[in-house]
Design a protein around this ligand. Structure first.
Ligand SMILES: Cc1cc2nc3c(=O)[nH]c(=O)nc-3n(C[C@H](O)[C@H](O)[C@H](O)COP(=O)(O)OP(=O)(O)OC[C@H]3O[C@@H](n4cnc5c(N)ncnc54)[C@H](O)[C@@H]3O)c2cc1C
Length: 393
């Protein structure tokens, strides 16, 4: 994530290390551990045995003409790649080069149950982040420190609590109206409002039919995180840890250990629920649904948690400012990749307008793209030594 890392350096933000995943897998009622590669109990092919999920996935990406480096460039995918992959899911892509159903289920246990059924074009950069070069960090004190640092260099000239309700372009400027009636006028507007919400903002002139179709057809997940703090990261002694430390076909789906080198002594984790698992949880009584997930997990893997000291949850689909988590093109949705194109004086940004949906890197990439649409000579403000490399990407 060259943009993210260079901004972290620019602002001198302190980092915490995060461990790559060494999970315990559970599916079809059988268990195996990533750290013990022999004798996995599923019907994997000979080529899929004795190697990690990451190694096998990287081979299948390679056989599809892909790798975990070049797919991270801002210009990926080129038109030929789009045409080649647009009608495929990740599962189709892997199966056509020899992947077994058993491997796909293992990949889903590791990467989330949505992985193999997702449109191939969408999650490939995501797979690259998780299964390629592992640079896993958190910002010590909270990831919000990055936008706060950016706001500070902009002179804290940020207006909060002012949802946009209307955007009107006329002649040489754009007028934005917020809920309490205040109006802001600019030469151009960069909108990062998630498409799930933008559809409710009044615009004049109206969106083009293509933009409208994109707002309606882009697929948004309904991620829920069930956050669990334990007295200590007791699982380390069991040889499992990291992102993820457990993955399954069960309602608790995956458990992510973000403790890394945090100094507090607690164990910090979250269950990462997506797709059908998130939807099932959202239908259950709010008061007990998070605890139910913890209880289910403890039944399946009773040795991993010591004392649970805190359980919380966060459901993205219930947040009025986004109403979903990750937006991306569905199968056959490659045409949406041009979603970053401006509409008159309105420019679009947000990670969901890049192939790095769900990543801060995509958010920054999209902001720089919008800045260059407005001023082609715009440069990211980063360390001078890194500027060349970033510009190249
Ligand atoms: C479940 C989940 C996990 C993630 N995990 C990671 C990760 O591990 N690593 C990583 O790098 N990234 C991760 N991300 C992505 C990261 O959170 C985003 O890339 C980042 O938050 C995008 O920043 P942003 O400022 O562009 O948009 P957002 O943070 O989405 O902010 C959009 C803003 O628009 C505001 N808004 C909405 N409607 C209006 C309106 N009408 N008027 C005015 N403002 C409005 C909202 O209030 C919000 O503040 C994750 C995202 C999700 C959903």
């Amino acid at each position: 994530m060259p943009y993210v890392l260079s901004y972290l350096r620019r602002f001198g933000l302190p980092l915490l290390s995060l461990n790559d995943g060494a999970p315990r897998y559970m599916y079809d009622g059988k268990f195996a551990e990533a750290a013990k590669l022999s004798g996995w109990p599923w019907a994997l092919t000979t080529e899929e045995r004795n190697v990690s999920v990451a190694s096998t996935l990287n081979r299948y990406l390679f056989l599809n003409g892909l790798d975990t480096d070049t797919v991270l460039a801002a210009g990926w995918p080129d038109p030929a790649t789009m045409a080649r992959l647009d009608s495929l899911t990740v599962g189709d892509m892997i199966k056509r080069v020899g992947g077994s159903d058993a491997f796909l289920r293992l990949l889903d246990a590791h990467g989330g149950t949505f992985t193999s059924s997702s449109a191939a074009l969408g999650p490939i950069p995501d797979l690259a982040y998780h299964f390629g070069d592992q640079n896993l960090f958190r910002i010590r004190g909270g990831n919000d420190k990055l936008p706060s640092a950016m706001a500070k260099v902009l002179g804290n000239n940020i207006v909060l609590g002012a949802p946009v309700v209307a955007i009107r372009q006329s002649g040489r400027n754009v007028k934005v109206t917020v809920k309490d009636g205040r109006e802001f006028t600019g030469d151009v507007v960069i909108s990062t409002i998630p498409f799930t919400v933008l559809q409710d903002v009044a615009v004049a002139p109206a969106w083009s039919p293509r933009k409208k179709a994109m707002f309606e057809k882009m697929e948004w997940d309904k991620t829920v995180k069930v956050i669990v703090q334990t007295k200590s990261p007791s699982w380390l002694a069991k040889g499992v840890h990291g992102w993820p430390m457990a993955g399954s076909d069960q309602p608790w789906e995956r458990l992510i250990d973000i403790t890394g080198n945090e100094p507090g002594g607690f164990g910090n984790t979250f269950f990462y629920l997506n797709g059908a698992n998130a939807e099932a949880l959202l239908k259950r009584p709010r008061e007990t649904r998070a605890q139910d997930i913890v209880d289910r997990f403890r039944k399946d893997m009773p040795d991993l948690f010591d004392e649970v000291v805190l359980v919380r949850e966060f459901a993205w689909s219930e947040q009025p400012w986004i109403r979903g988590s990750f937006g991306g093109p569905p199968v056959g949705g490659a045409w949406m990749i041009a979603s970053g194109q401006a509409r008159g004086r309105i420019h679009f940004a947000g990670d969901f307008t890049t192939m790095k949906s769900g990543w801060v890197e995509g958010a920054i990439e999209s902001g720089l793209r919008a800045a260059r649409q407005i001023d082609p000579l715009a440069q990211p403000e980063a360390e001078p030594g890194l500027r060349q490399e970033i510009t190249r990407r």
